[in-house]
Write a protein of this length. Structure first.
Length: 270
């Protein structure tokens, strides 16, 4: 193929998206257990990338390694070209990566508003000393924080519950509050760990629309762990499948759905 023909073909396909996250041969051992075994994949700018597999496949461990909660036994995590695998979770959050958790981790005795405001402190510039001295920047940030938190609560449909303790919220609302708190970190890469867990079919359908809306509104790249296969197939641009800590498939939803290894390990013949 000539250079001109290659250029014409590339133009028809469209411009290539840049890689946001590169996971290279990620491995995590717990004693004699190999939880994640040499897993590699890239996540491109602006895509919704799904990660599925049976319970115990290593999905959440993978999330924990990407976000600094667990150290890699070996391998590399690069975010926008920079190595982040040795950074602390707060340093990774400041780079633009936020996440939710499979088991909800809210501050139960604090209000929904306070939960979101706490997350905003990652980006405050005035510091503790500025707050103690009452400097103008600190006062402006203190005034802006509740306003921004209310905007995010309104976005997830919880503005009317802003002053309610997080532990008293219904389960689905707690999930939405976790997403609002993650958005308060102003991420460009959002990791969602089983956001549809415990939801009924109607709630799962609404969640899919909600995630798509967040993706479009904030120009997010999304990395999603989810067991509800119809949600993943309908929402994600590409899907990676883990089984016993190993990557067994990677590709477009229809390609993954028809993969014999995925059917055998996870989806079943039906």
């Amino acid at each position: 193929m000539t250079a001109q023909a290659a250029a014409e073909q590339a133009a028809q396909v469209g411009p290539a998206r840049s890689v946001v996250l590169q996971a290279e041969r990620l491995t995590r051992r717990f004693g004699g257990l190999l939880a994640v075994n040499s897993v590699s994949f890239d996540v491109e700018e602006g895509e919704i990338f799904g990660l599925i597999g049976p319970n115990g496949a290593g999905k959440t461990t993978l999330f924990n390694m990407i976000t600094g909660l667990q150290r890699l036994s070996s391998g590399s995590v690069r975010y926008r070209g920079s190595e982040i695998s040795k950074l602390r979770p707060d340093q990774i959050a400041r780079r633009g990566i936020a996440r939710t958790f499979q088991n909800i981790r809210l501050f139960g005795n604090l209000s929904a508003l306070e939960n979101v405001m706490i997350a905003q402190h990652v980006h405050l510039r005035s510091g503790v000393l500025g707050g103690v001295l009452g400097l103008p920047l600190s006062r402006r940030e203190e005034q802006h924080a509740p306003e921004r938190a209310c905007e995010l609560l309104d976005l997830v449909g919880l503005l009317g519950r802003a002053y309610q303790e997080a532990r008293t919220l219904p389960y689905g609302d707690q999930r939405r509050l976790e997403i609002a708190r993650a958005l308060a970190l102003e991420p460009t890469l959002l990791l969602l760990d089983e956001p549809a867990a415990g939801m009924n079919p109607n709630e799962k359908h609404d969640l899919s629309t909600f995630i798509r809306g967040l993706h479009d509104r904030f120009k997010l790249t999304v990395l999603l762990i989810e067991h509800h296969v119809p949600l993943v197939l309908g929402l994600c641009d590409r899907i990676a499948v883990l089984n016993f800590g190993q990557l067994i498939a990677l590709g477009a939803p229809e390609q993954v759905r028809q993969d014999p290894a995925v059917i055998d390990a996870y989806l079943g013949a039906e």
